[in-house]
Design a protein around this ligand. Structure first.
Ligand SMILES: [Mn+2]
Length: 354
């Protein structure tokens, strides 16, 4: 059981607080100041992971080492950025990292139309998406709106330095199809997976969120079929998935439990993000508490699928609501994620004993 942590300077949650959550053994860690394409230097990794160890926690998962757009677009300086990525893989492995989460989504890591929509039933708030609200908005509008709503936190995937070049990047993607993106993806995997095998690292691809194409950009990671294509790009246990139940369940077409079982059985799940989603209409949903009855996912079946097909994977509670007056990075407060972890631990204990 792990917890996402953005580092001392950019997380409202302390390592001490994380350590006090029952059964919490480690982090999915992140150097939030690293731009895509940069090498993660050994000294930086040592400093971050040293602090985590001092707090009595492990750091065997990194989320994420972001991939430069040149690699995704198959242009520019991609070979240089791939070499940097390989160095980062080797450096992380030296400090005990086993899994690197990443995504291959063009430009947008994830997208919401409201980062703090009040839940009328109890006055808490959570991330919210309504595709109808995107009508008449361009990608730049939604980026600006998200930045305004983020309360000063740089959101993962929405780093300010990436925003400056957004317009040019969007233009370049106009001529790139989903098949092109997969060709570029394979080029990347063929280069880095042998390094991962040598270093004992698993790469874990995160799904598109929401789980369908947006703004006409090619998106290739949002369904069982998509992931079958991705997995077939390079045959290695080091080429694996980070199955995020909330991202996948944003589309009612996805049978999330079946997807976990399918890739769990063939040893291609490296880690899990477990959270729940409540559908409110067509392509309209909010992130709910983790509890099955608060959302549309059967969390017992989710945890059971993990137990039966990939019990050794790293798991973390994913985004939580903001409750009890907490403020902070949208989705990443302490309280509701801690409740989520406790709930998942309860399901796990019951399933184990059963
Ligand atoms: Mn996720």
């Amino acid at each position: 059981m792990t917890f996402r942590w953005f580092g001392e300077k950019s997380d409202t949650v302390s390592l001490k607080n994380i350590k006090q959550i029952p059964a919490m053994t480690g982090l999915m860690g992140f150097l939030d100041y690293k731009a895509a394409g940069e090498v993660w230097e050994k000294s930086e990794i040592a400093e971050y992971i040293g602090k985590v160890h001092e707090a009595g926690l492990e750091c065997e998962v990194i989320e994420s080492v972001n991939i430069h757009e040149d690699i995704k677009m198959g242009s520019g300086n991609r070979d240089e950025y791939i070499e940097n990525y390989k160095t980062t893989i080797r450096n992380l492995a030296e400090y005990g990292v086993k899994v690197i989460v990443y995504n291959f989504m063009p430009v947008f890591d994830w997208l919401r139309t409201d980062l703090a929509r009040e839940i009328p039933e109890d006055g808490s708030n959570s991330l919210y998406f309504d595709e109808a609200e995107l009508e008449g908005m361009g990608p730049l509008d939604i980026v600006k709106r998200t930045a305004t709503q983020s309360g000063g936190f740089s959101l993962p995937g929405w780093e300010p330095e990436r925003m400056a070049e957004l317009e040019t990047t969007l233009k370049k993607y106009e001529s790139i199809t989903a098949d092109d993106l997969r060709v570029n993806y394979k080029y990347f995997l063929d280069a880095i997976i042998p390094v991962c095998e040598e270093a004992g690292i698993k790469m874990a691809c995160h799904p598109d969120d929401p789980a369908w194409p947006i703004f006409g950009l090619p998106r290739i990671a949002h369904s069982l079929k998509c992931f079958e294509k991705i997995i077939s790009l390079h045959n290695s246990p080091s080429h694996a998935l980070c199955l995020c139940t909330g991202s996948l369940a944003s589309s009612i077409d996805n049978d999330v439990v079946a997807i976990i079982r399918h890739f769990g059985k063939i040893n291609r799940v490296a880690c899990m993000h477990i959270r729940n989603v409540k559908h409110l209409g067509h392509r309209k949903f909010r992130e709910s508490s983790h509890l099955s009855t608060d959302g549309d996912l059967d969390m017992y079946e989710v945890v059971k699928a993990v137990y039966e097909t990939c019990p050794l994977v790293y798991v973390r509670p994913d985004h939580g609501r903001m409750i009890w007056g907490e403020t902070g990075r949208p989705g990443y407060g302490l309280y509701d994620r801690a409740l989520g972890a406790a709930y998942l631990n309860g399901l796990w204990e019951a399933i184990c004993k059963e």
